[in-house]
Design a protein around this ligand. Structure first.
Ligand SMILES: Cc1ncc(COP(=O)(O)O)c(C=O)c1O
Length: 433
């Protein structure tokens, strides 16, 4: 029997599946008309999305270039080699693996390579800004390994390296993990290395949030200090959604390769690898350095403006793309503040602050970042204005104002104006990608 489906190879999404076409179109409208301040988001280029949405999705491979379990792999072998070469050049390292489906699976792979179940890990506490995949109790990594945590100092929100050393000596970990999802300051990677050496532990640095800043030379690199470094390729790196592992230790790299496949994952997501390869190429261009420098400068403008308006910024500022507002002085909750800002056109996320006594789905904090709006073309004056508008909305809320308050509607209007001045993808992208 011959089976044909009309339009299968050439009709656009909106025609074949109007319900999904409508969802994509409405999400595009949301992205066009809101300012995105979520630290883990960014706007991928059209080229990244074209590669990611390409016919490469049809190819299946397991294994690595030149050593595949499926035929027809010569072209995608070339792609994976290209992506690996770009990652090595970008991060100045000897080894890269582009296959992790996500940042969590990159971390899982490294743990699976270097540890046995029951081995000890020392990592940053989730409540202080760590990540679930670093051994949080609710995560599988918290079940498989014996995990102790370090946090930040109560008085200044900074990692106390003497405290890390003390905990490392007490816990005797086989692995120390540095890096997290809401720590706004440069981490002293050399000091982590020294502590790891002292207790005979491996050092994993998770640079998921700051990878783009490191690639753009706006932040020190952990690569010379860590045994292995993991990242996501979204966030500041501005690429396809996925993970990446890099290291200077090629022998360890061989072990990571065979631990990722067949140990943690099956076939590679080649279409995502295509998007990652494009994004790594973009990050190698000189203009990416300007982008990374602007991201940090813009986050600092927001932090300064909010401090001037009487808001507590954890650690008193930022060295990265993100800042963490502590709303306890204003007696506001993170979830309610996030909802109110969204009504005003500003998208952020609630976030626990160090020593928060609110539950994780409530929180006393807001995490804001400059990475996505900088991609959109906003400059320092726009960020100053945005931070002022954020303060207006939060002030109104703290004073008991409702959703229909003047600060919410004035901010909504200002955001519309900024969005119109800095357009993103055209509507036609819904049918063209
Ligand atoms: C520091 C850090 N590591 C790992 C991850 C996990 O990445 P993924 O969501 O791709 O699993 C994140 C996610 O936001 C992160 O912030």
């Amino acid at each position: 029997m011959v089976v044909t489906h009309q339009g299968f190879f050439d009709a656009p999404l909106a025609e074949i599946d109007p319900a999904m076409g409508d969802i994509v179109a409405r999400e595009l409208t949301r992205q066009q008309t809101h300012i995105e301040l979520i630290a883990s988001e960014n706007l991928a280029s059209r080229a990244v999305m074209q590669a990611q949405g390409s016919i490469i999705t049809n190819k299946t491979v397991e294994g690595y270039p030149g050593k595949r379990y499926h035929g027809g792999a010569a072209v995608v072998d070339e792609m994976e080699r290209l992506g690996i070469a770009r990652a090595k050049e970008l991060f100045g390292c000897a080894y890269a693996n582009l296959q992790p489906h996500s940042g969590s699976q990159a971390n899982q792979t490294v743990l699976h390579t270097l540890l046995k179940p029951g081995d000890r890990i020392l990592s940053m506490d989730l409540s202080a800004g760590g990540h679930l995949s670093h051994g949080a109790q609710v995560n599988q990594t918290g079940r498989f390994y014996d995990v102790a945590h370090y946090g930040v100092r109560r008085q200044d929100g900074l990692i106390d390296m003497d405290e890390v050393a003390k905990r490392a000596i007490a816990h005797q970990p086989q692995m120390i993990i540095a890096g997290g999802s809401s720590y706004p300051r440069v981490i002293d990677f050399a000091a982590f290395r020294a502590i790891a050496n002292e207790v005979g532990a491996r050092l994993l640095v998770d640079m998921a949030h700051i990878a783009g800043l490191i690639a753009g030379r706006a932040h020190p690199s952990p690569v010379p200090h860590a045994d292995v470094v993991t990242t996501t390729t979204t966030k500041t790196l501005r690429g396809a959604r996925g993970g990446l592992i890099v290291s200077n230790d090629e022998d360890l790299g061989k072990r990571i390769d065979s631990s990722l496949f067949p140990g943690v994952q099956g076939s590679a997501h080649l279409q995502i690898m295509a998007g990652k390869t494009v994004c790594l190429g973009e990050a190698l261009r000189p203009e990416f350095r300007d982008y990374a420098a602007a991201v940090v400068a813009h986050a600092q403008v927001m932090a300064t403006t909010l401090l001037e308006r009487g808001y507590d910024v954890v650690t008193g500022g930022t060295d990265t793309h993100l800042l963490l507002l502590d709303l306890r002085r204003q007696d506001l909750k993170g979830n309610a503040a996030c909802d109110r800002l969204e009504a005003a056109g500003i998208t952020s996320n609630k976030n626990a602050v160090p020593f928060d006594d609110q539950k994780p789905w409530v929180t006393s904090g807001l995490r804001l970042a400059s990475s996505s709006a900088t991609t959109r073309g906003l400059g320092p004056d726009d960020f100053r204005r945005l931070a002022g508008l954020t303060a207006d909305v939060l002030d109104e809320m703290a004073a008991g104002g409702g959703l229909d308050g003047p600060a919410v509607s004035a901010t909504r209007a200002a955001v519309s104006e900024i969005c119109a001045q800095h357009p993103i993808y055209p509507n036609s992208i819904v049918t063209e990608t």
